[in-house]
Design a protein around this ligand. Structure first.
Ligand code: ATP
Ligand code: MG
Length: 327
């Protein structure tokens, strides 16, 4: 039996990047031989300022999206991070065995703190909390986008360090990163990754955008002046990004896409990308809209928190025993 854990921050509405890099794999990881934990990581979201009402709305919305994607709450445990106190408790212990040097080397910390006048200390201590999320469940596999690879490596380091110093408690998790589309780029600045917390909504397609909004955003995506649909990440980052999007939405290969648009311009190409994205996202968004208003969602989350608490509390007890938090 394999344990899978993954999470998304309710720091905005999930994007096409989150979907292609991580979310699309969540349903297929539910097998007879796995137990999946899918978490709405709201404690991670507050490492940067959040509006209270929006955070609340985004938390429910993300949970609804999980279910809309095809996550079966009877098979998988879907829950909200702050409703399982062991996450913050273990995070503190893991912070105590992390060094400032190794946390300062994290590129997410560098990116998110760059240019900010004052930076929350939690932006620095984000990775030990993420390690706690994963280690509490004895996780074997963590499906995430490529930008989280460094945090996963640190999680493994912290788990090994703890096991060596105190007791062999933690499973060392493996990261699972998609071969294609593990890093979808911004539609407006294709040299940086697409992020749901981007201040410019034109930079991303959100999973809840209307069909009209999706078409508009794809059509105004930054490309180049060459007018040829060829894959070259360095020289043609905008076009290559759209090709990766088309590829994951239609399952065509890059070679097939290049051949199909050999004699066509960006207009036709973008049209097809937009329609492919509409076809991919539309049904998920519509299911989300039905679920988000339901009381069923709250029942799912209550049950999920109960199940997660049971597993997490057990692991926390082991940790407390190992470090001497007992009388
Ligand atoms: P934020 O800007 O608030 O950090 P985000 O868009 O980076 O939001 P996260 O909640 O941090 O989203 O990450 C959720 C999952 O989506 C992670 O597995 C992450 O690796 C993946 N992911 C994030 N951005 C991308 C992207 N541009 N392409 C592919 N996967 C991504
Ligand atoms: Mg992120």
């Amino acid at each position: 039996m394999k344990t899978i854990f993954s999470g998304v921050q309710p720091s905005g509405i999930p994007t096409l990047g989150n979907y292609i890099g991580a979310l699309q794999y969540f349903p297929e990881m539910q097998t007879d031989d796995s137990h999946c934990f899918y978490c709405v990581v709201n404690q991670h979201a507050i490492t940067v300022p959040q509006d209270k009402a929006e955070l609340k709305r985004n938390t429910r919305s993300l949970a609804a999206l999980y279910i809309a994607l095809g996550i079966d709450p009877n098979k998988s445990t879907v829950f909200v991070q702050s409703e399982v106190p062991a996450h913050a408790q273990l995070a503190w212990v893991l912070q105590c065995i992390s060094t400032i040097g190794e946390l300062e080397r994290m590129t997410q910390y560098k990116d998110k703190s760059a240019g900010a006048e004052s930076v929350s200390s939690a932006l620095l201590t984000y990775p030990p909390l993420m390690a706690a999320d994963i280690l509490l469940y004895g996780t074997d596999i963590v499906p995430v986008g490529d930008d989280q690879k460094q945090h996963l490596e640190l999680t493994r380091t912290l788990a090994e360090r703890f096991n060596k110093r105190f007791n062999e408690i933690f499973t060392i998790p493996e990261v699972q990163i998609a071969k294609e589309g593990a890093r979808i780029m911004s539609l407006q600045h294709p040299e940086k990754k697409m992020s749901k917390s981007d201040v410019n909504p034109k930079a991303y397609v959100s999973m809840l955008d209307t069909d009209a909004q999706i078409r508009k955003k794809i059509k105004s995506a930054v490309t180049d002046s060459e007018g040829v649909v060829v894959f070259n990440k360095e020289e043609k980052p905008g076009v290559s990004n759209l090709m990766t999007i088309l590829r994951t939405c239609t399952k065509q290969s890059i070679a097939e896409i290049e051949a199909a648009y050999a004699n066509k311009g960006y207009g036709d190409f973008k049209n097809d990308v937009a329609e492919a994205v509409v076809a991919t996202i539309g049904p998920i968004r519509d299911r989300h809209d039905e679920l988000v208003a339901s009381t069923e969602l709250d029942r799912i989350l209550d049950e999920g928190a109960e199940r997660a608490n049971k597993v997490a509390r057990k692991m926390l007890r082991k940790v407390e025993k190992a470090i001497g938090f007992t009388r």
